[in-house]
Design a protein around this ligand. Structure first.
Ligand code: PLP
Length: 420
């Protein structure tokens, strides 16, 4: 049988070009990572052919004995990693996991609370045009303008006022440790369920670098592909048997059809890696690298939102350099450093422009970058931003200089050497 390079050279080239891009760029997007050969192999396996509606041992189709093994491995590994009683490994993505929880716990029109998008919450936590915002009644809470941290007193005040049925914590651009106990106390006061969306920090939890929300929340959702470094997808965890049943029904048949068995197998492959002792070392390194990157940038004149980070990610306020997030991310991209523009809480710039960028250390740490390399990354970012600040119309000379340095640096930390 012919390989993709023979049957579809156009598509093959796009995939190969992407491989080359990943090899030669420093990846700083806080939601991405570099999965292992094992994860790639499982995801590219014949399990993609199998329909397996239902759950292990209770399927609607026959021939599921082998995919059952894969899904049970995923479930058991999740329970071990997060020390919880029930796990659903089927959600196709983080958004699907959140949608399934809404379906299980809320009725249309119900009030829930989530961190506002402005303060770093996710679109599935109540953005007006998302399902969560259109079919439910979201009440957003913000970070405090002074401390730049979650204002728990205000969360409590809003909860007492609006009596939500569900309170969500966790987000996409909040870089500090969240006090889950405080959230649970507030939820208990108003009789709400507490959901923690740990998509960004689930890998940190797995590597014992962040408190485990399963100890406090009624339900925990996550993606599996960010710091967690497994295959792309979602999960739902709980310690409550009655809720676990509701979530299983909500995922299938409530919200999804056939599970992606190749993805579930690939998730399981990644979960095994997260159980290995060296995953803790990886997480230690991710956190130490984030600290040195934020310190380097601060020393060079940037403002880091909330003054630093407890996680893999940080929000860099570019206003001291009088440059915008969109043009900065573009210029960095031209220099082979990839990140995303990101609004700073209470940003006066439009979402497609922004005053900031968001950076994360997890992907480059996977390829072996340590403190020395991240200090260098901080210097390279500074060079590009200063160049852009001085020469807003043409930063190409600096971009080329930095790009050459990045190519040299990334070639010392190769990835996917065996892929052609
Ligand atoms: N929840 C949070 C906090 C996220 O950051 C994300 C992804 O960015 C999601 C949910 C959604 O995950 P996915 O992109 O897999 O749907």
């Amino acid at each position: 049988e012919d390989s993709l390079s023979v049957t579809d050279p156009e598509l093959h080239k796009a995939i190969n070009d992407e491989l080359r891009r990943q090899q030669q760029h420093i990846e700083l997007i806080a939601s991405e990572n570099i999965v292992s050969q094992a994860v790639l192999e499982a995801q590219g396996s014949v399990l993609t052919n199998k329909y397996a509606e239902g759950y292990p041992g209770k399927r609607y189709y026959n021939g599921c004995e082998h995919v059952d093994v894969a899904e049970n491995l995923a479930i058991e590994r999740l329970k071990k990693i997060f020390d919880c009683k029930f796990a659903n490994a089927q959600p196709h993505s983080g958004a699907q996991a959140n949608g399934a929880v809404f379906l299980a716990l809320l009725n249309p029109g119900d009030t829930f609370m989530g961190m506002s998008l402005n303060s770093g919450g996710h679109i599935t936590h109540g953005l007006k045009i998302s399902m969560s915002g259109k079919w439910f009644n979201p009440i957003g809470y913000d970070v405090d303008k002074e401390s730049e941290l979650i204002d728990y007193d205000n969360v409590e005040k809003l909860a007492l006022e609006h009596k939500p049925k569900l309170i969500i914590c966790g987000g996409s651009a909040y870089s500090r440790v969240i006090d889950f106990k405080k959230f649970r106390d507030i939820a208990d006061k108003v009789g709400a369920y507490l959901m923690v969306d740990m998509a960004h920090f689930s890998g940190l939890v797995a590597g014992k670098g962040y408190p485990n929300p399963c100890d406090y929340a009624h339900v925990v959702t996550s993606t599996t592909h960010k710091v967690f470094r497994s295959a792309r997808g979602g999960i739902i965890l709980t310690n409550h048997e009655d809720l676990a049943k509701k979530f299983n029904t909500a995922v299938f048949p409530g919200y999804q059809g056939g599970p992606l068995m190749h993805v579930i197998a690939a998730k399981a492959a990644g979960f095994l890696e997260a159980l290995k002792p060296d995953f803790k070392d990886y997480i230690k390194s991710v956190l130490a690298n984030a600290k040195i990157l934020s310190e380097t940038l601060k020393n060079n004149g940037f403002k880091i939102y909330s003054g630093g980070t407890d996680t893999h990610l940080m929000l860099v306020d570019l206003r001291p350099f009088n440059v915008k997030g969109n043009l900065t991310a573009e210029s960095l991209s031209n220099a082979n450093i990839t990140c995303n523009k990101n609004g700073i809480p209470f940003d006066t710039e439009k979402p497609m422009i922004t005053s900031g960028i968001r950076l994360g250390t997890q992907a480059a740490t996977t390829r072996g970058f340590g403190l020395k390399e991240f200090e260098k990354v901080g210097e390279l970012i500074t060079k590009v931003v200063k160049g852009l600040s001085e020469n807003p119309n043409d930063n190409s000379k600096i971009e080329e200089e930095v790009r050459n340095e990045v190519i040299e640096l990334t070639s010392s930390f190769p990835i996917y050497k065996n892929l052609k």
